[in-house]
Design a protein around this ligand. Structure first.
Ligand SMILES: Nc1nc2c(c(=O)[nH]1)N[C@H]1C(S)=C(S)[C@@H](COP(=O)(O)OP(=O)(O)OC[C@H]3O[C@@H](n4cnc5c(=O)[nH]c(N)nc54)[C@H](O)[C@@H]3O)O[C@H]1N2
Ligand SMILES: Nc1nc2c(c(=O)[nH]1)N[C@H]1C(S)=C(S)[C@@H](COP(=O)(O)OP(=O)(O)OC[C@H]3O[C@@H](n4cnc5c(=O)[nH]c(N)nc54)[C@H](O)[C@@H]3O)O[C@H]1N2
Ligand code: SF4
Ligand SMILES: [Mo]
Length: 683
């Protein structure tokens, strides 16, 4: 650091898709960020960031970083580009979008985005206004949590759970398909505090995760059988009169329909479906209600399955039947996104929409890019996402992205697998270079991310990118396209909700980390004055054909013996950080983990190369024996960059099939065949 240049702190917020939404302390010197660490004043961040963000300076100045507009030179996917200018890019894109709208209508334009940057402005503001105004196809943003969101809405009416800062006050904690050591690091100190106070933590997961190893009590459930397990427990409680009948009478509805739905799930049937013995199931049923408060902490892994929404419904029912909401800190925690009633309407302006353009489920991007669609998608605008690596049924996605007649525009920070297929790649700013407002889907702090430095090269924020696009297609003079980032933050906070009272642009300047006005002691729903009988036990409104079956026919399982799970990796966030090699030091090549018994029956040893395949596609991996998985199960952490091996990754093996309800994913319903790859013997 130059001794003569003064350095000073700036408050930032980690924008990545992570439960923790950490407050960060940036040290700035000159126009450079020289240090990033966890905010010591943020009660949940507690002064530490994860390893990924401790290495962030490597990401800020990475060689893959895109600094200037790039125009395609070579064939799609080749990654060959030539430097251009914003003027040239906007003139060409504006002209071509205009042509497409005239010839095929607005629906021929498809946005594709998710949570690459979770800031309110970056995720959903100017972009939505732009697509509403141009009449683009609407994207159903389902890739992560759609089944859970729909099920939570059905059962509780909203996505709100207990305040995680109350975890230390609970006594029974079930981590149900949740691996916080990897995905929710700042939950660990809270869980440890609870354990120190006498709480017991039970982990239900087909994978013996780092979290399972840490807390001891581990239940290895069959993948995709959580709905059956939860129904089996519910039935047991009803028969043994172990449930909280008074609570259900006051707050629940649909007990009779629930009783009918769970009736088939006897202990012996539940045993068959879940792979757990009857005594394990019975014990679990008693453990859950023995010592309140009970917290069920469900992760999203549970719902990336064919019966994903029913799993969330059935687990939610246990939180109601047990009366867990009677106790502060108790209840079901999956998301707290609805604890922030900001003004989404004014940010996203649905009123700019004329008519109702078709909706396309992002999980079916492969199908959406088929030239046979009517009208076909002629322009794809990607930001905050990397679908070439992260979307299911990758062969179909890559085939679509290869279409010569498709205009693909990618606004990115890095030369990702998706950017390589673009006609135009436009440089995106990183969080220290922009202003944004942040919520969390787990804790209850709202935060301001200050702009700390000028953007590198010609990178711009998402909001600025869409302002420029608006201008390029002739909307530049319209009021919605002129709002500055500060105006957008102020608009977001224009709400009469008491939960956000006192939180304003001005107050955030003084204190960039503020908790919403919901007392942590408040018990969800009961202290929110919900009407009586508002918590729904009745099953989801789905067709019989979608309902949980005893012996489900699994997708694409014919003749292929292994089940493949691809949950989150500790040192990356989906594909983000996948190019920071120091973070992947433990996994030099894409790897699949296998039970030692399967290794020996297939005559495999550590480090061998295997081909995994099914009707969707195939990909090669290094195989490693692991005690984390049981026989028949394979584990590969999501997701490596395609460029790391053969231009493809594990999403060759996942499908576009949707879950039972809410249009969610079935990423973890993958079945594969395993073959050893033949090695060229050195001569
Ligand atoms: N370090 C890190 N943090 C992340 C991410 C990341 O990639 N890396 N991703 C972010 C994103 S996008 C999200 S959505 C969240 C996701 O984080 P989580 O909500 O934790 O979800 P997953 O990682 O999908 O899966 C969690 C656990 O569910 C288990 N699981 C899989 N199938 C089943 C099943 O059928 N039953 C049960 N009981 N368990 C099952 C998996 O083995 C895994 O241990 O994390 C965010 N945070
Ligand atoms: N096999 C398998 N596949 C999965 C999953 C799984 O568990 N298994 N999980 C699924 C889930 S839960 C999710 S949420 C998705 C996530 O998949 P994606 O939505 O594709 O998320 P990332 O891979 O994190 O890619 C985000 C991209 O946004 C870019 N970015 C970051 N900030 C900004 C910004 O401010 N502006 C712009 N324009 N770009 C930015 C990053 O550089 C990065 O390339 O993956 C899904 N795919
Ligand atoms: S990735 Fe998650 S744990 Fe790491 S700094 Fe960001 S919010 Fe915190
Ligand atoms: Mo996600």
């Amino acid at each position: 650091m130059d001794q003569n240049v003064e350095s000073y702190p700036v408050h930032g917020v980690c924008p990545h898709d992570c439960y923790d939404t950490c407050g960060l302390e940036l040290t700035v010197s000159g126009n450079r960020v020289v240090k990033i660490q966890g905010d010591h004043n943020h009660p949940v961040t507690r002064g530490f960031a994860c390893l990924k963000v401790n290495r962030y300076l490597q990401r800020l100045s990475h060689e893959d970083r895109i600094l200037f507009p790039l125009r395609r030179q070579g064939p799609k996917g080749s990654g060959l580009f030539i430097r251009s200018s914003w003027d040239e890019a906007m003139a060409d894109i504006g002209f071509r979008l205009g042509q497409i709208v005239r010839k095929f209508g607005g629906e021929a334009i498809l946005p594709y985005s998710y949570s690459g940057n979770m800031g309110v402005l970056s995720e959903a503001s100017m972009d939505r206004r732009f697509f509403h105004r141009i009449g683009a196809s609407r994207l159903a943003r389902t890739i992560c949590s759609a089944s859970a969101d729909a099920a939570l809405k059905w059962v509780y009416g909203s996505r709100i759970g207990p305040d995680p800062e109350m975890i230390p006050q609970t006594r029974r904690i079930v981590l149900w398909g949740s691996n916080p050591v990897a995905t929710n690091l700042h939950e660990i100190p809270l869980l440890d505090q609870a354990v120190a106070g006498g709480a017991k933590v039970i982990v239900i997961d087909p994978v013996k995760t780092e979290t399972a190893a840490r807390y001891g009590t581990y239940i290895a459930v069959n993948p995709g059988s959580d709905a059956m397990l939860a129904m089996g427990i519910g039935r047991y409680w009803l028969r043994e009169s172990l449930f909280d009948a008074d609570f259900v009478a006051d707050y629940g509805s649909g007990l009779e329909q629930y009783r009918q739905a769970v009736e088939p799930w006897t202990l012996s049937r539940t045993e068959q479906a879940t792979g757990l013995t009857q005594s394990v199931i019975e014990n679990l049923a008693h453990e859950l209600i023995r010592v309140p408060p009970l917290l069920i902490r469900t992760g999203y892994g549970v719902q990336r399955h064919r019966y994903g929404a029913q799993a969330i419904w059935a687990i939610s029912a246990l939180s109601i039947l047990s009366g867990s909401y009677r106790h502060s800190g108790g209840g079901h925690l999956l998301g707290n996104g609805d604890a922030f009633p900001i003004n989404w309407k004014v940010l996203t302006r649905p009123d700019l929409l004329q008519g109702t353009p078709r909706e396309i489920n992002m999980l079916q991007l492969g199908r959406a890019l088929s030239p046979d669609l009517n009208p076909p998608v002629k322009a794809l605008i990607v930001y905050n996402a990397n679908p070439a690596a992260t979307a299911p049924d990758q062969s179909a996605v890559l085939e679509g992205l290869s279409r010569e007649d498709l205009l693909t525009v990618v606004h990115e920070q890095m030369m990702t697998d998706t950017a390589r297929y673009a006609d135009w790649v436009l440089p995106a700013a990183m969080f220290p270079e922009i202003l944004d407002l942040h919520l969390s889907y787990w804790h209850r702090y709202i935060q301001l991310n200050h702009k700390a430095v000028e953007a590198q090269g010609e990178a711009v924020s998402n909001t600025e990118f869409f302002r420029r696009l608006a201008k390029a297609v002739g909307y530049g003079g319209e009021g919605w396209a002129k709002d500055s980032d500060e105006t957008l933050v102020r608009q977001a906070l224009q709400t009469s909700s008491p939960w956000l009272e006192g939180i304003s642009w001005e107050s955030l300047q003084r204190n960039p980390v503020q908790k919403v006005n919901i007392s942590p002691q408040f018990r969800p729903f009961i202290d929110f004055n919900i009407p009586l009988h508002a918590l729904r036990l009745e099953p989801l409104p789905i067709a019989d054909s979608q309902k949980v079956k005893e012996n489900p026919v699994n997708f694409h399982s014919e003749g292929v013996g292994f089940r493949l799970l691809t949950p989150s990796r500790k040192n990356t966030i989906k594909s983000s950080f996948g190019n920071i090699t120091s973070l992947l030091a433990h996994e030099a090549e894409p790897t699949v983990y296998m039970h030692v018994q399967d290794m020996s029956s297939l005559h495999l040893k550590d480090g061998d190369e295997v081909l995994l395949s099914n009707t969707q596609g195939s990909a090669r991996f290094i195989v490693q024996a692991s005690e984390r998985v049981s026989a028949g199960l394979l584990l590969s952490y999501a997701v490596r960059w395609n460029r790391d091996k053969d231009g493809v990754n594990v999403n060759q093996l996942t499908s576009q099939e949707l879950s039972d309800y809410g249009g969610g994913s079935t990423f973890y319903d993958a079945w594969v065949r395993v073959e050893a790859c033949r090695r060229e013997e050195p001569s």
